[in-house]
Design a protein around this ligand. Sequence first.
Ligand code: FES
Ligand code: FES
Length: 163
Amino acid sequence: MTELPELPLTLVLNGKEVSATVDADATVVDVLREEFGVTGVRAGCRNGDCGTCTALVDGRSVKTCLQLPGRIHGADVQTLESIGTPDHPHPVQRAFLECYSFQCGFCLPGMTFAAITLLEHTPDPTDAQIRDALSGNLCRCTGYENFVRGVRRASRLMRETAG
Ligand code: FES
Ligand code: FES
């Protein structure tokens, strides 16, 4: 029987250095969940379409179902676990709650990182820009309208805080 190739992997995951030897052919979403116990990335379509597996890799939003582990070796990886806390949610999380943006929450990794990334570069987006930014993420529970309202609200919250 052919041995599966293995890869020694080290990365900074949500601010902490972690290491493991992993199957070199595994997808990053599976490595993050199974090796490191991070459930803030979720395998939905495994095809790059839904966004539930989204994480930030060196500050860039990445669909981790499309990546092999070598992509995150030596990288700084942030998952939903690193964004806000129940007592101090990120403004995007607060706005999504206030606007009833989600129901089951399965789509939140992609929706949250899409909103944060948009507002970092475009603090006062138009509705068209919001829809465009969220468009790579599928939600099977909602009609998306409350996500758009949530991003609009987060934009206001963040601009108020900034000054
Ligand atoms: S699971 Fe990665 S985009 Fe759907
Ligand atoms: S709230 Fe359920 S998939 Fe979006």
